[in-house]
Design a binder for this molecule. Sequence first.
Ligand SMILES: Nc1nc2c(ncn2[C@@H]2O[C@H](COP(=O)(O)OP(=O)(O)OP(=O)(O)O)[C@@H](O)[C@H]2O)c(=O)[nH]1
Length: 449
Amino acid sequence: MVFEGLAEKLQDTFDKLRGKGKLSEEDVKSALKEVRMSLLEADVNYRVVKDFINNIEERAVGEEVMESLTPAQQVIKIVKEELTELMGGEHQEITFADSPPTVIMLVGLQGSGKTTSAGKLANHFKKEGKSPLLVAADVYRPAAIDQLEQLGKQLDVDVFQMGDENDPVDIVKGAVSSARSHDNDIVIVDTAGRLHIDEELMDELSRIKGAVDPEEIMLVVDAMTGQDAVNVAERFTEQLDIDGMFMTKLDGDARGGAALSIREVTGRPIKYAGVGEKLNQLETFHPDRMASRILGMGDMLSLIERAEESFDEEQAKELEEKLREDEFTLEDFLDQMDQVRNMGPIDEIMGMIPGMGAANKLKDIQVEEEQLDKIQAIIQSMTEEERRDPDIIDGSRRRRIASGSGTEIQDVNRLLKQFRQTRKMMKQLNKKKDKLSGGGLPGGLNLPF
Ligand SMILES: Nc1nc2c(ncn2[C@@H]2O[C@H](COP(=O)(O)OP(=O)(O)OP(=O)(O)O)[C@@H](O)[C@H]2O)c(=O)[nH]1
């Protein structure tokens, strides 16, 4: 889960503070000492931690907070505000061109996730109704061109390429004029990466920048590389004057050192985050929501957005219809489960629900994940007919399904019972909803478990 280790420690510190009632200056100072340690252990840049703690101390150790009715809450509120500020305050949008196309140039080291992120951005903008063009400007790694072509096919997005024998500057120029004539309003350029920053790479990127004057130079950095990512970002900012960052692999970053330091060190904000390998696993980066998640206060807005990225509008409508007509089958149950799992690991999803965030409450989630695997295996072991009409599943069929899925007969029984209850509940919920609003459940959020 994103920032799992850090979140757990900070939440422990604040739980202790909450338990105290009245706070002394000493209490606040010792809590801040713990916060400081946790941030350093999370690999946050030393200078950043120092300023951060000083700012909080200045605001928190004073009469106003100490004398308030809820001093612990006040301290936590200040920490949340400062964490938000640390990550850049308000979410920063990319700059769109007055007259399209908007050119987004993705830069970064090899393996940072540039090509995948280009695909994610194209998918994201397409869902917003735009018409993106992906540009293959990495001519040194022929596989990168193929990879982009594949992504384009998968997403049904246009790809511009001129093979690997042309100058990237000419390719990008060609792409921009092609976008103009084909009404592509966003051009996403996948540039070459190197293992290390070198003059040749920077020179090429500068030439592309000079030739097409992109609205947005976005550095793709890998969160898992911690302070190395921060150093890379510093160099790219100095040499190329980047506008913002796409931080990848945040899903695997339990510490959070790069995400928490990079804006303060470079002065450039994170605009998007990658939270998985799949193309819908992109998050618009909102510092306040991220701070809220770290402090265990949940993040419903990102959860809803993630659902919107993952759920297919058409499927949602179909499902709603089925629920209404009472035709919801185990097949649909399985589809829904797939879609929910598509949103990301269950612990991460749960962490976005207010009150569920406390990382220590999420320890059981691993078990939940196994439970979901089991359910999936059971349904997959049924025949099509059984999935459509579970009432025909008698004793001997149950035995067959259990052995086919490597589960116990009780597991099959439990699932069938749960399914019947869900169906009943959905029907009632739909009736109520109909009465209240004359409409069905909101698209895509009909979770059957
Ligand atoms: N878990 C996770 N993996 C990611 C994410 N973004 C990219 N990856 C993975 O990181 C690896 C490298 O991604 P690429 O997109 O090929 O990297 P690249 O920067 O284009 O590489 P070069 O073309 O060599 O410069 C792939 O295995 C991706 O699936 C992310 O947000 N989370």
